[in-house]
Design a binder for this molecule. Structure first.
Ligand code: MET
Ligand code: ZN
Length: 767
């Protein structure tokens, strides 16, 4: 019999229950017990839903109130001393690690977060050092297993594997030999604690466990065969009755399969959505062993209906070699990257809705596949699926000829600005002579309750478009006055009209569709509703010009228009599956190019095209990088190079280490780039220096993801460090490390006043 497995499921609730409860708890509106009650209900609902879809192997322990990597850190006591020492409850300590905490005399900076592989989910980086003392700080995985068991469902607990956990971690601040310290050197200390946990799971009645080692699809693990062998041997000794599924996803194992196939585990899971080409080599490698192979056929990363007939053909290929009992069909990864269910979508046209599957529907697909392979009669489900797939194929043929033709005619010079940077900056200085150390922000101002309320009333038709636009103008006016009052130099309109930086553009472009409830977790309690690219993309009308021009009409200071770049819009959308991403990205670039030129025509001095997602879209294997970066950077250039020299092009990046792709960042040729540098130490800036970067830089002076207000002194210190790391930059742009939409006005005001004070100090200090 072939069984079905789901590797993980969204933990936000079909109606965003978890967000509402955690935020209410943070605001002091509900107690910890009330929050835990919601969490418990949600866990139960997830298990029952998966069971109802007919899934055989159901996960537990993947539920989280903030982040599953943070959960692992907490369980294994990877708690930096500044948090361990804080006099707060366990729950508050946990949240403080994720989001920082500034209450009374407690002032804790959040831990660094980073994108989870090439997804738009952010995890909290473990901070480890030689003084980290691993121990079981809680038994969350066991507790949740027992909770499910009590509800009548025997689950497969999910753990982030120890090697991946350490590889994704960073060196803690208290490490005396920070420069040479390798987090992975702690593996021998960590494995016994994992082993203890596995033993406890076994004692609790678990017969299986899923250990996620997605880092196995990256180049770094190439030489880790020995570590894997001893780690998984230790696990087998500690909990001999526990069948381990080693889960890899988001890419291909390549050579790693050679050592992985020899591990003392029960099954190996591979991602055949992202890397279908690895099937033959993996099957060949596991065939002589007794390993089961879990085929990740149903995508955990997109929302397209699975082509069940095609999946069955792949599964049958594996079954021919391994037999039915050694094959499991599964989701390619956790479904946390997909929305919860299509059931709450009422506005999609029926023919569009029929193209998609969200998490719950994907669970049903996995179950159907397993049943089909086990000889059960699921012919009506297969027949219905065949029809849906055919309908989508028929739609795809009707592409937008004009868009494709325009893309076909793009010439080489369209990728380049008219002059090189020195000539451009001279032209720009003539238009606006910004002071040295010019201050600016990254675009958004607080998305207040009032803004969200007005937007939702407008969506529901309770506020007319005229009233809504009047409301937005008022917000913009407030933002402009505020910026003038605290004396910022390069202003923004504040983005009150945007629900989300990617969705907002998708909504105005042709070629996208939208969901009502298709929320996906981005980090902590922040969720996004990614647009879905369904056909060729074009811009029917200007998208932002109205707001930026209005803002400009209110002030003599220069205004910076604000757009999301093509790579980011695409990365934060669900792309279509029938056309290469390069094509989709360049179609977006052309649409944005028209917008950039329109902003220039409207008298906007600077245009910022945000590309925070360029790094996260990087393929996980280095051999694939150049191909991706070539079209990604070209798309940015295509979007921005249509303007005159006098228009200042900014770009912004956050939450990533750009060292490895530096040459490509340089090739973007933005006049100014603002980058996140307040949390990821100074490595990033040193790269700018090392590679002789000429254009202007605005390293983020403080972390906007935390509610704490940075002091003048600490920002001065950071600026000094930035200057030291960038000796050739005459002056720097002075700005926060990202947009301020998640913050409140009180903090923003205090923080930006301090920031302006630092810039004024710097003008004297470095005059
Ligand atoms: C994640 S990058 C955000 C950039 C955007 N302009 C903002 O300020 O919100
Ligand atoms: Zn940002």
């Amino acid at each position: 019999m072939t069984r079905s497995a789901v590797l993980g499921y969204p933990r936000i609730g079909a109606k965003r229950e978890v967000k509402k409860a955690t935020e209410a708890y943070w605001a002091g509106k509900i107690s910890a017990d009330e929050l835990q009650k919601v969490a418990k209900e949600q866990r139960a609902e997830r298990w029952q839903t998966l069971k109802a879809q007919g899934v055989d192997v159901i996960p537990s322990g993947d539920f989280t109130l903030y982040d599953h990597v943070l959960d692992a850190n907490y369980t294994f006591n990877i708690i930096p001393s500044r948090f361990a020492k804080a006099n707060v409850s366990d729950l508050d300590r946990y949240f403080a690690m994720g989001r920082g905490r500034q209450v009374g005399d407690v002032d804790l900076e959040a831990q660094e977060m980073q994108k989870w592989f090439d997804s738009n989910y952010h995890y909290i980086k473990s901070e480890v050092s030689s003084s980290t003392e691993f121990k079981l700080n809680n038994l969350k995985p066991v507790d949740e297993f027992l909770e499910a068991k009590a509800a009548g469902i025997v689950t497969r607990p999910v753990l982030v594997g120890p090697i991946t956990l350490l590889l994704l971690g960073k060196v803690g601040r208290d490490e005396p030999n920070a420069a040479s310290f390798e987090p992975l050197s702690l593996l021998d200390k960590l494995v016994p604690v994992y082993s203890e946990l596995l033993k406890k799971l076994e004692e609790a009645g678990a017969t299986k466990v899923q250990i996620d080692e997605p880092s196995l699809v990256m180049d770094v693990t190439a030489n880790l065969g020995q570590q894997y062998q001893s780690t998984y041997e230790a696990f087998a000794r500690a909990a001999p009755g526990l069948k381990v599924t080693l889960a890899t996803y988001f890419g291909r194992l390549d050579k790693n399969v050679e050592f992985v196939a020899k591990l003392p585990i029960d099954s190996l899971h591979i991602d055949l959505d992202r890397a279908p080409e690895q099937l033959d080599s993996v099957v060949a490698a596991v065939k002589p062993t007794s390993l089961k192979l879990s085929l990740g056929l149903v995508s955990g990363r997109n929302i397209w209906k699975n082509d069940l007939a095609a999946s069955l053909a792949i599964a049958n290929k594996a079954i021919e070699q391994l037999g039915k009992d050694r094959v499991v069909v599964a989701t390619s990864s956790s479904l946390l990257h997909t929305p919860v269910t299509l059931a709450n979508e009422t506005r999609l046209k029926p023919e569009e809705r029929d193209w998609f599957s969200f998490a719950t529907e994907k669970a049903a697909e996995v179950a159907t596949l397993a049943k089909a392979l086990s000889g059960e009669d699921v012919s009506s489900a297969l027949e219905a699926n065949k029809k849906s797939i055919q309908a989508r194929r028929d739609f795809e043929k009707n592409s937008d000829a004009a868009v494709r033709e325009r893309l076909g005619k793009v010439s080489q010079d369209m990728y380049h600005r008219k002059s090189s940077f020195p000539a451009r900056i001279a032209a720009q200085d003539k238009v606006y002579n910004l002071p040295t150390f010019p201050t600016t922000t990254i675009g958004s101002f607080p998305q207040t309750k009032e803004i969200r309320l007005a937007r939702s009333k407008h969506t529901k038709g309770e506020l007319s478009t005229e009233e809504y636009e009047c409301f937005l103008e008022n917000e913009i006016k407030h933002a402009v006055e505020f910026q003038e009052q605290i004396d910022l130099d390069l202003l923004v309109h504040g983005e009150p009209e945007r629900n989300d930086m990617s969705q907002y553009f998708g909504e105005q472009l042709k070629g996208f569709v939208f969901t009502e409830n298709g929320w996906v977790q981005s980090y902590g309690s922040r969720y996004v509703r990614p647009p879905i690219v369904v056909s060729d993309v074009s811009r029917p009308h200007p998208m932002t010009v109205r707001w930026s021009s209005y803002a400009q009409s209110l002030t003599k200071r220069p205004m910076k228009g604000m757009l999301t770049g093509p790579v980011t819009i695409l990365n934060w959308s669900f792309p279509r599956a029938d056309v290469p991403k390069e094509v989709q990205c360049k179609q977006l670039a052309l649409a944005l190019r028209d917008e950039v030129v329109d902003l220039e025509k409207a008298g906007i001095f600077a245009v910022q095209v945000d590309e925070p997602a360029i790094r996260e879209g990087l393929p996980l294997r280095q051999v694939d990088w150049d191909a991706y970066l070539t079209w990604a950077v070209d798309s940015f250039k295509l979007a921005t190079a249509g303007v005159e020299d006098r228009t200042q092009i900014h770009s912004h990046f956050c939450y990533s280490d750009f060292n490895l792709i530096f040459e490509h960042i340089k090739r973007l040729d933005a006049d100014v780039i603002s980058i996140e540098a307040s949390k990821s130490d100074l490595k990033l800036l040193q790269a700018f220096h090392k590679f002789g970067y000429q254009n202007l830089i605005g390293p983020g002076l403080y972390d906007i993801h935390s509610p704490r207000v940075p002091s003048v002194e600490e920002m001065k210190e950071r600026l000094k460090a930035f200057k030291a790391a960038l000796p050739n930059q005459k002056h720097l742009f002075v700005n926060p490390d990202c947009g301020l939409k998640t913050r409140g006005w009180t903090e923003v005001k205090a923080a930006l006043e301090n920031l302006v004070a630092v810039a004024k100090w710097a003008r004297q200090e470095y005059a």
